[in-house]
Unconditional design. Structure first.
Length: 199
């Protein structure tokens, strides 16, 4: 949760200024890690002109952005939700090496995010079940809120930060908290590495 929380704090900071900055194309390749796994954001505010055809294949892009080209802070929240899902699942948002029904992580995972009993279907197998099911379900609920189709139903980044802080506190005070944090770092590095290879 440390990396996700750091990235969320970065987006919340960008959104909270006198002149809010929208990250635009937030994805795992925009999250840089220092030697202590502290998240740093890159490429913020560098909106690129893209043909609308290209947007339809960007799995990190919010539906309203794909449909209209209009960006808001809630577009960043959607993209953050996709990144958080990538961290939980330990895989990129678009993976053509998986069965066709699983190519788009967001579309495939939605069915599993709503139930604590089914959340293990999407969790990174490298975790080996060494995580709190209750915390995983809370993280999945946050993902669902962030990737809501309607922007008005998404939380603000400050709310996301508060939810992630609670999750991190729960992980750190739990019996297996340290292994959760360590394994979480390994899966973040794996997802970020895969994203960089794909780019």
């Amino acid at each position: 949760m440390k990396v996700a929380l750091g990235a969320a704090k970065g987006l919340a900071f960008l959104h909270s200024g006198n002149v809010p900055v929208i990250q635009h194309e937030f994805n795992t390749s925009n999250v840089l890690l220092d030697s202590s796994y502290n998240a740093k954001l890159s490429d913020f505010g560098l909106a690129r002109m893209e043909p609308m055809d290209d947007l339809s294949t960007d799995v990190h892009a919010a539906p309203e952005y794909v449909d209209t080209g209009h960006l808001t802070m809630k577009s960043d929240v959607y993209s953050f939700g996709v990144v958080l899902l990538e961290i939980l699942a330990g895989r990129p948002a678009l993976d053509k090496n998986r069965p066709s029904i699983e190519h788009n992580l967001v579309e495939w995972a939605r069915q599993y995010l709503t139930s604590e009993r089914r959340i293990s279907h999407i969790m990174d197998a490298q975790l080996g079940g060494q995580y709190s099911l209750a915390c995983a379900h809370k993280a999945a609920t946050l993902v669902l809120q962030c990737i809501s189709v309607h922007p008005r139903d998404r939380p603000g980044m400050e709310q996301v930060v508060a939810a992630l802080e609670q999750l991190q506190d729960a992980n750190e005070t739990g019996a297996s908290g340290q292994s959760d944090v360590r394994l979480g770092m390994e899966q973040v590095v794996a997802v970020l590495g895969q994203q960089l290879q794909d780019d």
